[in-house]
Structure formats: structure tokens, C-alpha cells
Write a protein that binds this ligand. Structure first.
Ligand code: NDP
Length: 473
């Protein structure tokens, strides 16, 4: 079993106590991971704090060069990192629509390069005889990052590369379910950075709260559940930390009656099931007009029946659900839906273990108040709901505390665009869903989060404004 180390102040750190990391396809322990305590948190934050003055004063062009170099170094280790991803997360390298570990690795490299190329130019507000007023963007200090288990590498990059690019230093804590890929990536990243700029600690239980309440951390970036996001916001108040919170989604899609079912069903299926449904902005509630309801149900069921689920190290479309708690949650929501009389077109039955495998499941004729609809299942199961009136569909789509993404599907792009703009969500798509890219801001409204990631808007969240007012005359 490989000996994994945390990195604090540029040095590998082991701990007496460890915790096991499981392969979700076999439930076997694949590694022991260091279990940090509060003292490690303090050491990591102190190292990041010491490294901040020099890193924030480093030339912008040099920080851009380093982030590009990180992309190249991670790419050079692609094969190893993708293997680790499959081992601890479960996703196959390719998978359905190529959205497995290969996608995550490719996205990692692409996001690094795109972030390296971002700029935060000085804005001149006024320049006349009275004064010159400039708006500067300054790094915040130490950024604390807590990342989830669905995309352990990609989300670590989303959190930390903008932080580094804009001159902050970092303490990252990956999910206790998937720490290995992030630990290895942190090792590679550290070879390119001064000690203390990028620190990583691992553990389970109480580390998150110790980080989010730490008085020497200036900003928290978190991707995960809404309840934990709320706790982070509460503890961030201790020193008025800035927060970027990317939380749960229960994205609705409205399919209008003129939609080409045959052409759009594969796209709808892919976006609902991406990463085995364990994606914050996956399509999770599908509202289909009654005229094409049965056709769409059958088209999606046919695709679901044609895909394979199994150990991600083999040639399969989908791997297991990442952890037991999530697997149990999907099973529970499915059983409740069954008991409510919903029609299961595919899946819905699990076979004996080992492994947290849940079949790709399509559910029709389900009521809005079933928990499978009103709550985020975060697994490979899609409820399809019927509507006859578009305004009613819009009301039902918006009737949620979540507001991450949403979409409208139609042959009439103008009608779909107008309707999409009335969805209460951070990103509204037309004839697609969950399509993200490094230069388009992405974030949630309502209880799906605060702030955005990606592009210039995302980068700005790692800075504060300093207005420079130079009087003349
Ligand atoms: P959580 O969202 O609860 O996050 C767990 C992480 O948060 C751990 O790293 C934990 O660290 C940390 N944490 C816990 N309490 C605090 C606190 N008070 N302050 C700071 N950090 C804290 O993850 P789960 O795995 O329990 O997932 C639950 C649900 O979240 C899923 O069912 C899914 O719906 C959603 N989810 C959403 C994701 C997304 O992409 N938006 C990704 C993954 C899950 P520690 O234990 O050390 O404190």
C-alpha cells in the first residue's frame, strides 16, 4: 500500500494516526491516508501565511508562467492520475460520452491553462486635472479550500489555480473519501512552487470546521452540500472571510412539444447521467410536454438499457457510486419513489455486492412531491415528469430552494431562450445542460451557493478591491 503524505511548508508530513481509503468498486482498502489534527491545520495555515508576502509580490507574468507549468506537469502525469481517480472515485477512464477520468484529467489541464491566461488589469475610473482614480485587484491572503469526492482533481484545480494565479496561498483539504489523487497532484504542484504556497492536509471528522473557522484564513472556497455550506458561512464570520460556495443543485429541464426526441434524448441522457449522476449541475428533474412524454420516456429508457455499469478499471460506461452513504441515499429515494407508485422504466434493483453499484434508472409517472424529485439524489437515477401547460412547468421547475442550473429544450431557439431566461438559476442552457467552460462564470442562486467560479468573474472573487485615489493640482 502506497504511503501518502500531506504537504506542509513544502515538506511531506506523515501522521501516527491514519484512515483507510476504499475502492468503491470492491470496497477494499487501497491506501492509508494521514489523519491530520488541529495542530496540522495551524502549521499549514502558518506556512501559507509566511509564504504569502513573497508570492503575492511575485510578478504577475511569473505567476501565470507557473500555472501554465502546473498544467504541463499534471498532463505529464495523466496516466498515473487517471488510474488513481478510478481507484478511489470509481469512474472509468472513458465512460459514457467520454465523461470519465479522461475528461476530468483533460478538464484539469484546460482549466489550468485558461486560468493562467486570465488577467486582472487596473481599471482607470477617472483621469483628469482633479485626480486619477484607479481600481486595483489585490490578493486576499490565505485561501482555504474544501473539495468533494465527485471530481476530486478537477474541483481542486478550480479552487486553487485562481487562488495562486491572483497571488494567494492555499491550504486545501480534499474529501476523506477521495484524497489520493489530490495528494499526488499536490506533490507535483509543489515541485513548481516556493514552500508554503500550496499546502494540503487530509483527515476526517473535524478538520473542515477547524479550517473554516481559522482566524488566519482569509477566504473559503467550498464545493459540496448546502447544509455544510451554511455551516462554513457561519464559521467564516469569525474574521469576515470571503466565501465562494458551490452547493447542491436540483436542476430542472423543460422539454417543449416541438423537441426532436430522437436527436435530443442522447444529449439529455448524457447530461443527466454524467459522472454517474454525481454532478452538481447534472440534469435532475426532467419536465416533458405530454405530447411527446411517452416517446421521450421510451427513448431515454432505450439508451439506459444499452449502457454498462461495472468496475471502472474495466471497459464500462459507468462505475459505482462513490461511497456507501451516497449509495444508501440513492437506494432510499428510489424505494420511496417505488412505494409512491412511480413507473420504473429501467434499473431500480441492486445486485449483491461488493461495490456500490446502482444501475442507470429511469423513472416515469412520478409526483412532484416525491423526494426523488424534490431532493437532489446525486446518483444515476432520473425522474421524468409530465406537463401540459408551459407556465405550469416553469412554476414547478422554479419551485425549489436550489438554483444552480436549468435548461429548456425546443426546436424554436427563440422561444426556448425566452423561457430559459425565466428559470431561477445561475446558468440557463438552451438545448444543452451542464456545459461548462473555463471562461464562462458558473455559480448558483438561492441555496445553491454564493459567488461564481471560472473566468475573470471567478478570479475576481480571490481578490479585494483597492481604490487608489491620486489627487492632482
Ligand atoms: P458535505 O457537503 O457534507 O461535505 C463534506 C466535507 O465538508 C468534508 O470535507 C468535511 O470535512 C467538511 N465539513 C463538514 N463540516 C464542516 C464545517 N462545519 N465547516 C467546514 N467544513 C466542514 O459532503 P457529503 O459527502 O456528506 O455529501 C453530502 C451531499 O452533498 C451529497 O449527497 C450531494 O447531494 C452533495 N454534494 C454536492 C457536491 C457538489 O458538487 N456540489 C459534491 C459532493 C456532494 P470534515 O469531516 O473534516 O469536517
Amino acid at each position: 500500500m502506497t504511503d501518502y503524505k500531506m504537504i506542509i511548508d513544502g515538506k511531506g508530513v506523515s501522521t501516527d494516526e491514519t484512515f483507510p481509503v476504499l475502492n468503491p468498486a470492491t470496497e477494499e482498502v487501497v491506501a492509508q491516508c494521514p489523519k491530520a489534527n488541529e495542530e496540522h491545520v495551524n502549521l499549514a495555515v502558518a506556512a501559507a501565511r509566511r509564504a504569502f508576502p513573497a508570492w503575492s509580490a511575485t510578478a504577475d507574468s511569473e505567476r501565470s508562467r507557473v500555472v501554465h507549468a502546473i498544467a504541463d506537469a499534471l498532463e505529464a502525469h495523466s496516466e498515473e492520475l487517471v488510474k488513481l481517480l478510478t481507484l478511489e472515485q470509481g469512474k472509468p477512464a472513458g465512460g459514457f460520452a467520454g465523461l470519465g477520468g479522461g475528461f476530468e484529467m483533460g478538464g484539469t489541464v484546460a482549466w489550468c491553462h485558461a486560468t493562467a491566461d486570465l488577467e486582472l488589469p487596473v481599471e482607470v475610473i477617472q483621469d483628469n486635472d482633479e485626480a486619477r482614480i484607479e481600481v486595483h485587484r489585490k490578493p486576499l491572503g490565505v485561501v482555504g479550500s474544501i473539495t468533494p469526492w465527485n471530481f476530486p482533481l478537477l474541483i481542486a484545480i478550480w479552487h486553487t489555480m485562481p487562488a495562486l494565479r491572483s497571488g494567494n496561498t492555499v491550504v486545501i483539504k480534499p474529501s476523506e473519501f477521495t484524497p489520493l489523487t489530490t495528494l499526488r497532484a499536490a506533490e507535483i504542484i509543489n515541485e513548481l512552487l516556493p514552500p508554503g504556497v500550496f499546502n494540503i492536509i487530509t483527515g476526517d471528522g473535524s478538520l473542515g470546521a477547524a479550517i473554516s473557522s481559522h482566524p488566519d484564513i482569509n477566504k473559503m472556497v467550498f464545493t459540496g452540500s448546502t447544509p455544510t455550506g451554511k455551516k462554513i458561512m457561519q464559521s467564516a464570520a469569525v474574521n469576515l472571510k470571503r466565501v465562494t460556495l458551490e452547493l447542491g443543485g436540483n436542476d430542472a429541464a423543460i422539454v417543449l412539444p416541438d423537441t426532436d426526441v430522437e436527436a435530443m434524448a442522447p444529449k439529455i441522457f448524457a447530461t443527466a447521467m454524467m459522472n454517474n449522476g454525481q454532478t452538481c449541475a447534472a440534469l435532475k428533474r426532467l419536465y416533458v410536454h405530454e405530447d411527446i412524454y411517452e416517446d421521450m420516456c421510451q427513448a431515454l429508457a432505450a439508451i439506459a438499457s444499452s449502457v454498462t455499469t461495472g468496475d471502472g478499471s474495466g471497459d464500462v460506461d459507468f462505475g459505482p457510486i462513490q461511497n456507501k452513504a451516497q449509495f444508501d441515499r440513492v437506494c432510499e429515494l428510489a424505494e420511496e419513489a417505488k412505494a409512491s407508485g412511480a413507473r420504473f422504466l429501467t434499473g431500480g434493483e441492486v445486485s449483491d455486492g461488493p461495490g456500490y453499484f446502482y444501475p442507470v434508472t429511469i423513472v416515469a409517472d412520478i409526483a412532484d412531491d416525491t423526494r426523488l424529485v424534490s431532493e437532489e439524489p446525486f446518483g444515476p437515477i432520473l425522474p421524468i415528469l409530465k406537463f401540459s401547460d408551459v407556465e405550469d412547468a416553469l412554476r414547478r421547475a422554479n419551485d425549489s430552494n436550489n438554483g444552480l442550473g436549468g435548461s429548456v429544450w425546443s426546436s424554436d431557439v427563440q422561444v426556448a431562450t425566452e423561457l430559459a431566461s425565466r428559470l431561477e438559476c445561475g446558468t440557463a442552457w438552451v438545448n444543452s445542460h451542464a456545459m461548462i467552460q473555463p471562461d464562462a462564470p458558473f455559480g448558483g442562486v438561492k441555496e445553491s451557493g454564493i459567488g461564481v467560479e471560472f473566468g475573470r468573474y471567478g478570479l475576481e472573487e480571490y481578490t479585494s478591491i483597492q481604490t487608489l485615489n491620486i489627487a492632482r493640482g
